[in-house]
Design a protein around this ligand. Structure first.
Ligand code: ADP
Ligand code: MG
Length: 390
C-alpha cells in the first residue's frame, strides 16, 4: 500500500518554503456583491460552494465518500485524502459552473485549514492557496468548527451573541458566540462526541455506516421506545459538560443480552426499540445540558437565540427536544436545514466571507492543523472596523 501522508507532508513543507519566497499579489477588492468560494475536505466529504453576502448559496457541491469507506465501517484517513485529491478539481469546477461564474467573479477563496484529518485538510488548503496565487485572490483560512458555528447566520440571519450547541462526529460543545472568531466555551464532552455514540450504536445494532441517519430511520419504526432502560449521563449536573461513553456501554450491554438470530443479526423489533431508546436518551441529555447553558447564557447576555449546528443537528428528535429547551428558557431557536448541518462547502465559504468582510485574509504559508479549538484566541477578528460589519 502506498502511504499518502508522508508525501503530502513533504509537499506541504516544499510549498511552505516556496510560498514564503514569492510575492503574494492578492488584492482586497470589495465589489458590489461579495462572492466567496469555500472548500471543505476535512473528513469524508469533498465539497465546494459559492456564497454571496446577500446570504445566497449560488452553488453547493458535496461529494460523499461513503461508498469508499463503508467496507471498513468508518473513515480511513488515507483513502479520504486520496479521494479528495482525485475529485476536488472537478467539484470546484462544478461549483463555478452551477454558480455561473468564473474565478474572476470571486472576491476570495476560503478553505478548511483544520481541525480534521490532516491529509485531507492539506489537499483542500493547498488547492485553495494555489487558486489564490494563480488568480490573485485573497486566501482565507477557515476553522471547520467556525464553519458549523456561523451557518445559522447564513441560513437564519441570526445575530450575535447566541448560544451554540455544536454536535458532530468529532465534537460536542456548548459555546457562547459573541462575534466572528469570538467564542466562550461553556461545556464539552469529557469522553466521546455524540455523533461517535450514534455511529457506535449503529455498528452494535448492525445498522451500518454512517450511523446517525441509520439510527434515526430505525427509531422511527420502533413499537416501544421505552423497551430498554438507558442512562442519562450528566443529567442534572451543575456544569455544562457531557458524557456519552456510559450510554454507549449501556447499548452494548443490552445488545449482549439479546439473542441473535441464526444469521447473527438481532430481531428488527429489538433493533428499532433500542435505536429509539438510545436516540431519546441522547436527545434528553443534550437538552438537559443545553438548559443549563441557557441559564448561564441569559445571565451573561440577557437573552438570545439557541443555535444547533453540526452533523447530528440533522436529527429531527434532537431538533424538537432542543426547540423545547429553548422555548422553556425564553430563547429563540434556529437550526440550519439538515443538508447544511452535515459537512459542506457553503459553511466554509460563509465563514470565509464573514472573516474577509471584516478585513481578514491569511498568508499562503498558513499551516494546516489537525487540532484547532474554537476558543483559540488567534481566531478573533476585530469587528470594530468602521463599515466592516454588514
Ligand atoms: P464531522 O465531525 O466530521 O465534522 P459532520 O459535522 O458531518 O462531521 O457530522 C457527522 C456526524 O453526524 C456523524 O457522526 C453522523 O452519524 C452524524 N449524523 C448525521 N446525520 C445524523 C442524524 N440524522 N441523526 C444523528 N446523527 C447524525
Ligand atoms: Mg463537521
Amino acid at each position: 500500500m502506498i502511504l499518502w501522508s508522508p508525501t503530502a507532508i513533504d509537499l506541504e513543507k516544499l510549498y511552505q518554503s516556496w510560498a514564503k519566497s514569492v510575492a503574494y499579489p492578492a488584492r482586497l477588492r470589495y465589489s458590489e456583491t461579495m462572492r466567496v468560494l469555500g472548500i471543505e475536505t476535512s473528513c469524508d466529504e469533498t465539497a465546494a460552494a459559492i456564497v454571496d453576502d446577500d446570504r445566497r448559496v449560488l452553488s453547493n457541491v458535496v461529494l460523499s465518500q461513503l461508498d469508499d469507506h463503508r467496507p471498513f465501517g468508518g473513515v480511513v484517513p488515507e483513502i479520504a485524502a486520496r479521494a479528495h485529491l482525485t475529485h476536488l478539481d472537478g467539484i470546484i469546477e462544478k461549483a463555478l459552473t452551477d454558480a455561473d461564474i468564473g474565478f474572476e467573479g470571486l472576491d476570495a477563496v476560503a478553505a478548511t485549514t483544520g481541525p480534521g484529518l490532516i491529509g485531507g485538510v492539506m489537499v483542500g488548503a493547498i488547492t485553495a492557496k494555489a487558486i489564490a496565487l494563480a488568480r490573485g485572490l485573497p486566501f482565507v483560512a477557515v476553522n471547520h468548527l467556525e464553519g458549523h458555528a456561523l451557518t445559522a447566520r447564513l441560513t437564519n440571519a441570526v445575530e450575535f451573541p447566541y448560544l451554540l450547541l455544536l454536535v458532530s462526529g468529532g465534537h460536542c460543545q456548548l459555546l457562547a458566540v459573541e462575534g466572528v472568531g469570538r467564542y466562550t466555551r461553556y461545556g464539552t464532552t469529557v469522553d466521546d462526541a455524540v455523533g461517535e455514540a450514534f455511529d457506535k450504536t449503529a455498528k452494535l445494532l448492525g445498522l451500518g455506516f454512517p450511523g446517525g441517519p441509520a439510527v434515526e430511520r430505525a427509531a422511527t419504526q420502533a413499537s416501544n421506545p421505552k423497551a430498554f432502560d438507558l442512562p442519562r449521563p450528566m443529567a442534572g449536573k451543575p456544569h455544562c459538560d457531557f458524557s456519552f461513553s456510559g450510554l454507549k456501554s449501556a447499548v452494548r450491554r443490552h445488545c449482549d443480552a439479546l439473542q441473535p438470530r441464526s444469521d447473527g443479526t438481532y430481531a428488527p423489533e429489538d433493533v428499532q426499540n433500542l435505536a429509539a431508546g438510545f436516540q431519546q436518551a441522547a436527545a434528553d441529555v443534550l437538552a438537559d445540558r443545553t438548559r443549563r447553558a441557557a441559564d448561564r447564557f441569559i445571565k451573561d447576555y440577557g437573552s438570545g437565540v439557541l443555535v444547533v449546528a453540526g452533523g447530528v443537528a440533522a436529527n429531527q428528535t434532537l431538533r424538537v427536544a432542543l426547540e423545547n429547551a429553548a422555548n422553556d428558557a425564553g430563547m429563540g431557536f434556529a437550526a440550519p436545514p439538515p443538508g447544511l448541518c452535515t459537512d459542506n462547502g457553503a459553511m466554509i465559504a460563509w465563514a470565509g466571507l464573514e472573516r474577509f468582510r471584516l478585513g481578514r485574509q491569511d498568508p499562503l504559508d498558513f499551516k494546516a492543523r489537525p487540532r484547532w479549538p474554537l476558543d483559540d484566541p488567534s481566531l478573533a477578528v476585530d469587528d470594530t472596523i468602521e463599515g466592516a460589519s454588514i
